[in-house]
Each structure stands twice: as C-alpha cells, then as structure tokens.
Write a protein that binds this ligand. Sequence first.
Ligand code: ADP
Ligand code: GLC
Length: 459
Amino acid sequence: MKVVMCAAEMVPFSKVGGLADVLGALPVALEKQGCQVVVVVPGYKDEGSAGIKIESLSPDISVANIGKATKVYFVESKKFFDRDGIYGDVDQDYKDNLDRFLYYSRRTIALLKEIDFQPEIIHLHDWHTCLIAIFLKELYAREEFFKQAKTVLTIHNVVYQGQFPKQEFPKLGLPERLLGPGGLEFDGRLNLLKGGIEYCDAISTVSATYSREIQTEEYGAGLAEVLKKHRSSLIGILNGVDYSIWDPKNDKYIASTYLSDNLEGKSKDKEDLQRACGLNIRADLPLFGMVSRLTGQKGIDLLIKAIDQICGMDLQLVVLGMPELNYYPVLEKLAKRYPGKFCLRPGFDNPLSHKVYAGSDLFLMPSKYEPCGLSQLISFRYGTLPLVFKTGGLADTVSPENGFVFDRYDQEGLVEAIQRAISAYADKPGWETLVKKVMKYDFSWDEAARQYLELYERV
Ligand code: ADP
Ligand code: GLC
C-alpha cells in the first residue's frame, strides 16, 4: 500500500512533543508491514543537525532516507520555516501560522505529482495538515492522479485546532460554501481541525479512552458534537515507543546502561542524575522525575499547589521543562525553597531527558488530560514507575499493577498517590519485582502499525 504521512514535526529533525516521536517511528513500522511510505514535513532551520544526510532536490525541497526505503521530503521556505520555533516563540504562536501551513499543504500536494508518488492513503496528523484533505476533495477530486487517494486524520490533541479569523478565508482559494457550518467554520471562526474531521475518510486518535473522552463536553474542546457525528469513523490506536532510541540496554546518553536482570546500572544513573542536577546523593530516597511541556495540560497547577506538602516528604524531585510564561517563574521560586531536594531544569534537553528516565525511580505525570502520553511508556522500559492521573492514554496503560494512579484531579489526590508510591518504594523486594516486570513490557510500534494498516485497508 502506498502511504503519504504528513505532520508538522518529526524526530530526529524537529520536535516539540510526542507527535514528533510518532512521526519518527510509525513510517518505518509501516514499512515493515509492507507499506511504501513517503513522509512530507516542513523543513525548519535545524533539520540538518540530526546527523542524517539530507540532499537538496530542488530549490525548495530536500530529501532524506530513513528505514530501508522510506523517503522524508522537507518543504522549505525562507519566509515560513527558517525560524527557531516550530509553532511559535516560547509564549505565543506565530501570527502567520495559517499562511505557513497553507503553504506547506499546497506544496505537499504539488510535490506528490512531481515525485510521481500516487498515494492510496494520505495520513494527516493534527490541524496543520488538515487543509490537504480539504483541497484534495474540493479542488483535485477529478484529477486522475488523486482519484484513489483516501485520507486518514489522527488527532493527537483536540485542544489545538488551528483557529483563525473568518476574514482569512479567501486566501485558501476554496468555494464560498465552505465558509459554513458544514465546512471550515466553527463558532464564527475558521477551524482547520474541524474541517479535517468533516473531510477525512477516517479519524483516529491516540488511545481508546481519549477517543471516547473527546466526544464529551468536558474533553472535546468544543468539538464533541462534530466528533460524535463522525463517531462511526473514529477509532483509538495507542502509540508505541521506538526502542531503538528509548532503551537503557543501549542508551548512549546515560551514565550506565542496564538490563532488567541487573539493576546496578540504574543505581549509577540515579547517582549521575542527582549529581547533574545538584541534588543530595541519596540512594535511599525515591527520586521522582518529570520531563514535560510545562503547559496546563500536564498538571503543573496541581504540582505547584501541592509542592510544599510534596517537598515535606522523604523524596527528591527533578523537573525538566521549557520555560513557559505561566508556570516556569512560579516553579523557579519554589525550587529555590528546596535546594538539594527539588531541581528545576529549563529547556528542551534531549540528552538530559534520557538521564531523567533512567535515573528516576518514579515518573510524575499528573496530566489533567492526556491523549496518549509517551513518557509513561518510555518510563516503563527504564524501570521507572509512572504516577499518573487517570485520564486518556494514561488510564489505558497505567494501573496499580504497574504504577500509581489517582482519579480525583486535586491536590489531595496527587499527594495521596505520592504517599502510596513512597510506601511501596520502602518495600525493596516488592519494588524490584515491579521494576523488572514493567521493563519487560512491549509497547513497540509493530502493533500500532498493524492497526493503522487495518484502518487503511478498511478506508
Ligand atoms: P506531549 O506530546 O503532550 O508533550 P508525550 O508524552 O506524548 O507528551 O511526549 C512528550 C515527548 O517530548 C517525550 O518524548 C518527552 O521525553 C519529550 N519532552 C517533553 N519535554 C521535554 C523537554 N523539556 N526536554 C526534552 N524532551 C522533552
Ligand atoms: C500529543 C498528546 C500526547 C500524545 C502525543 C503523540 O502531544 O498530548 O498525549 O502522546 O500527541 O500522539
């Protein structure tokens, strides 16, 4: 089957969050299932630093190879993509995001003809790529080249919808009637995700629970009714983990590699992390790690509310996150209160993130909502037990059998789960049994790729 995969970010070329991890792994997993895959992503400023050879194909298109025969095409533009950020600066989205992803969408469609890749499936991820489905149905429907192409949209986070003023509609070059409730309009604005939901042949999201949650008012971010209308073509497929990147067995970023039958390396990694973060060197204390976009989604509000109670307990805490205007300065102040115990590290730091997964005993993920979550799955492989709020993909993957779960989203719920985790940590043999068990879990991409292929075939 011939598949085109489109998204705004992709490991190892660009990354803000889990979407990039998905794009880095799913195409190759699909190739293993026998698909012929082409990926098209925007080419940002730093794409060349990934250590993969990238060749120029034309003045505005470059190409790289991944897997055995999967090609990644980069849509380049000095005007739109040659910037430090992917979606915006630290505190706000770029003002011209509609123009940027409109350019990317048009260029992607043209590119497929230029490289003569006639897709059976065009797999779109999130709002940035939704215009492709709309253009195909509205403007290219009669073209022989795209006649067989079906579109699949994966929603990684329904909160990000690509909303713009209606006045910008004319620049899309689409028929006037699309500026209505059956098309791109929602609540008086252009809404690209909503358009994608209406136009794609199938919709998926990244866990079964989240596929149900987004059909409710609480989690649907306004689109619950639209999603309900399409529920017969909406399914949940859980993400996988790329174990060629995330495995303590051969992780090049950690001080000491380790396997589940000998955890000595993990103890060394804990010490290494404590040293790197200026924490007291204490093997006896449970070390909680967090690697996160510091946004409202990730439960930082709870952490802030509960921090004095948490830091009053016998534990240590490392938080790695991008400085976000809302939460970062508050966290910074709090971390200063607890030197040696609570360390806050700013930035997007991939090498340090590996050290946190390996060196921590527990991974803290009190997300208010979480479509899938990759961090808890990565943590399993490193023998780092997740502590999560029961929502979305966290509810589907973490249970009292393999971690710590709280189901009331409030300060008490979080604190009580942390107390439970500390008690469990005190039982050394019990803890080690649990660590060894979760390290053997297999969340590799093969299963997800099989399910996507099934979906493609159905479509
Ligand atoms: P989301 O996509 O909502 O951010 P996921 O759990 O799906 O959440 O994926 C987050 C990914 O981004 C993981 O690979 C995680 O390790 C990585 N990540 C998040 N914040 C940082 C950071 N500050 N530095 C390095 N990696 C980060
Ligand atoms: C989004 C979600 C996250 C998910 C990731 C990859 O960023 O917030 O839960 O794991 O996409 O699908």
